[in-house]
Design a protein around this ligand. Structure first.
Ligand SMILES: NC(=O)c1ccc[n+]([C@@H]2O[C@H](COP(=O)([O-])OP(=O)(O)OC[C@H]3O[C@@H](n4cnc5c(N)ncnc54)[C@H](O)[C@@H]3O)[C@@H](O)[C@H]2O)c1
Length: 259
């Protein structure tokens, strides 16, 4: 794929999956804006434009949009990647902490889309939102993150309707993606039907496919990339799976939740 002459905006591109997405777009010739509140460590490439932006703050998002519009006539691709977790009920995640996750995970992608849509060339542009398999399944104490991820999946199909004919909008739901370069063995790998833990390039390759010409009949979709983990049927004592009662259940019954 060739992304020469294309301008791409990526959020949360200073680390992890976003950093890989940026490297792949630059490798294909694109000019990329990285909106993050942490400066990237290596940043001396002219194709990369860093805008410091805390996505919890609507004013900073507005300023970033203005800066992009001042320096580029068009944005062809928007990748809403940044997110984080403030846990949930068992950690007593409060009003502000909960809303901060929703703001970064849902409101910022909405505001960036609204701010940039008028300079996204009609019929040739695309948005990819990074969701999570946690939009579809959960562990305990993950409410802030799971709610944000469920929200971004719904926002994806809603925006694909509002922007139909102009901008294709899709989501990717990663499973466990190691962003530390660690090596894994044993159950960490074999619990994935694909036999390994995910890597950032598993996600970035799909981002580049979804925004390219070959995907021009795909919009409103959520693509799960998790090595098959969420397709695994789990029954106690079948196929080597064993259920153990989680300790948080005992703690709730005994009213012993940490505050
Ligand atoms: N790594 C995984 O296993 C995994 C699994 C499912 C989904 N995801 C999703 O993939 C995306 C990237 O995850 P990652 O593992 O690379 O995360 P990461 O923590 O390594 O990187 C996230 C980036 O977002 C930035 N960011 C966080 N809050 C911000 C804010 N308020 N303003 C601006 N920037 C902010 C951080 O500075 C960081 O550079 C996230 O949406 C995450 O939820 C990751």
């Amino acid at each position: 794929m060739n992304f020469k002459e294309k301008t791409v905006v990526v959020t949360g591109g200073s680390n992890g999956i976003g950093k890989q997405i940026i490297a792949d777009f630059i490798g294909e010739g694109a000019t990329v804006y990285n909106l993050d509140f942490i400066e990237p460590k290596e940043e001396n490439r002219t194709e990369l434009r860093f805008i410091k932006c805390d996505l919890r703050d609507a004013n900073q998002i507005e300023n970033a949009v203005e800066e992009i519009k001042k320096t580029s006539k068009a944005v062809d691709i928007l990748v809403n990647n940044a997110c984080f977790s403030n846990k949930g009920l068992l950690s007593r995640c409060d009003f502000k902490a909960f809303n901060d996750v929703l703001t970064v995970g849902i409101t910022a992608p909405y505001l960036l889309t609204m701010g940039l849509m008028e300079i996204m060339p009609a019929g040739k542009s695309a948005i990819v939102n990074i969701a999570s398999t946690r939009a579809l399944m959960s562990q305990a104490d993950t409410e802030s993150y799971s709610a944000a991820k469920g929200g971004i999946v719904a926002l994806t199909h809603a925006m694909s309707m509002s922007l139909s004919g102009r901008v294709r909008v899709n989501a990717i739901s990663p499973g466990w993606i190691d962003t530390t370069g660690s090596s894994f063995s044993g159950a960490d790998c074999s619990q994935h039907p694909a036999g390994r833990v995910g890597r950032p390039e598993d996600i970035s390759r799909m981002v580049l496919f979804l925004v390219g010409e070959d995907a021009n009949f795909i919009t409103g979709e959520n693509i799960v990339i998790d090595g098959g983990m969420s397709k695994q049927m789990i029954y106690h004592n079948d196929e080597g799976w064993e259920y153990k009662k989680p300790c948080h259940e005992n703690n709730i019954q005994n009213n012993k939740i940490d505050t």
